[in-house]
Design a protein around this ligand. Structure first.
Ligand SMILES: Cc1cc2nc3c(=O)[nH]c(=O)nc-3n(C[C@H](O)[C@H](O)[C@H](O)COP(=O)(O)OP(=O)(O)OC[C@H]3O[C@@H](n4cnc5c(N)ncnc54)[C@H](O)[C@@H]3O)c2cc1C
Length: 330
């Protein structure tokens, strides 16, 4: 911080991957950061998240996927060098594709700059059931432990972290929950990164989508596999997961209907031989759609609605937002 320049005081509401990344980049720019996080229903505590640039069943690629993916891996290396161990694997990942029509859809969407290769059956890094007609190899993909990544970013940011819920806030202050909870004031910027539950608490009616990961005693494959659902390694073994419940307006408490469990297991069996793999637990979360980033008319800043790309794009968008916040505070 150059001598004589006032420190930008910032308050981040929400400590998921969005809030933790914003805090990390704000600190790097010399801002003083306080994070208030309720620690409830964070989608970012997903036990193993894919870093997957090629999305869904049509192979859509976000315009910023490549940039985002590379920044996420760079951050993980940076955190590791600073002594923050985050379980992850930049292993590459495999997208099995069922037929020629689906492959044509993927091919239309794949930008030349994104490293990829269609593999013949004898070149597969892991065996695939015969029903899959094609397999797309993405050497830059992989997986990360969401909770550990988020925690490491928060710790590395050096931000003051307060555990609690903020029921109301303005562009420069926030009130902590509790009877007449204390008001924290005089911030240059307040940044709302509340994710799904935070959107519900804010009274918004945005689209949310629930999903479940079954945690497994071991990884079904050494590299993530994804089509419809995903199998990936994790710190404790492996996961089988997807975000697949019917989209809903507004927040709903996490639930796993039995029919969904059957659907998920069927998708997993289609990707790999799961005999001998045991389910050890489950994690259910909700993700928020409709990206919201920048400063609102009321002066409050936002980063939310990262949908299924929280770990692919969250850090990149947070870096940009942090730069804007600091710039505006000068
Ligand atoms: C089943 C499932 C699988 C997924 N898989 C992937 C994947 O493979 N790859 C990928 O990139 N993404 C994946 N995602 C999406 C990813 O998890 C989300 O995009 C991302 O975690 C959202 O992060 P966030 O910081 O915006 O919100 P969250 O992680 O939800 O964090 C918000 C935090 O803010 C707190 N909070 C909210 N409001 C307040 C308030 N008023 N006061 C105090 N605290 C508050 C909450 O309690 C919470 O701790 C998946 C999501 C789900 C549900």
């Amino acid at each position: 911080m150059p001598a004589g320049r006032a420190v930008t005081r910032t308050l981040v509401i929400g400590g998921g991957i969005a809030g933790a990344s914003v805090a990390y980049f704000l600190s790097r720019l010399g801002a003083q950061v306080t994070v208030i996080d309720a620690g409830l229903h964070a989608a970012s505590s997903v036990p193993s998240a894919l870093i997957n640039p090629v999305r869904g069943q049509s192979g859509g690629v976000d315009a910023r996927a490549l940039e985002g993916m590379r920044l996420t891996w760079e951050l993980l290396r940076e955190l590791e060098a600073a002594g923050f161990g985050v379980p992850h694997g930049q292993t590459g990942m495999l997208r099995p594709v069922p037929d020629d029509k689906a492959r044509a859809r993927f091919e239309r969407n794949l930008p030349p700059k994104l490293l990829h290769r269609w593999l013949s059956r004898d070149a597969l890094p892991v065996p695939l059931p015969p029903a899959w007609a094609h397999a797309l190899w993405l050497p830059e993909g992989g997986w990360v432990d969401g909770a550990a990544f988020t925690r490491a970013l928060l710790e590395a940011s050096g931000a003051a972290v307060i555990r609690g819920q903020v029921p109301s806030w303005t562009a420069h202050s926030a009130t902590l929950r509790g009877g007449d909870g204390p008001t924290l004031a005089s911030f240059h910027a307040v940044i709302h990164c509340g994710g799904s539950i935070g959107s519900g608490w804010a009274g918004e009616n945005r689209t949310q989508r629930m999903g479940t990961l079954l945690t497994l005693d071991r990884a079904a494959a050494d590299v993530p596999l994804s089509f419809g659902a995903y199998l990936a390694p994790s710190a404790q073994g492996g996961v089988l997961g997807a975000t697949y419940e019917t989209p809903a307006q507004g927040w709903r408490a996490p639930a796993l209907p039995l029919a969904s469990l059957g659907w998920l297991l069927g998708k997993g069996e289609a990707l790999a031989d799961l005999s001998g793999v045991s389910v050890t637990g489950r994690w259910t979360g909700s993700r928020l759609s409709g990206l919201k980033t920048g400063r609102g008319e009321d002066g409050v800043w936002h980063l939310s609605g990262l949908s299924s790309k929280g770990f692919l794009l969250g850090p990149l968008l947070a870096r940009e937002l942090a730069a804007q916040v600091v710039q505006a505070g000068r």
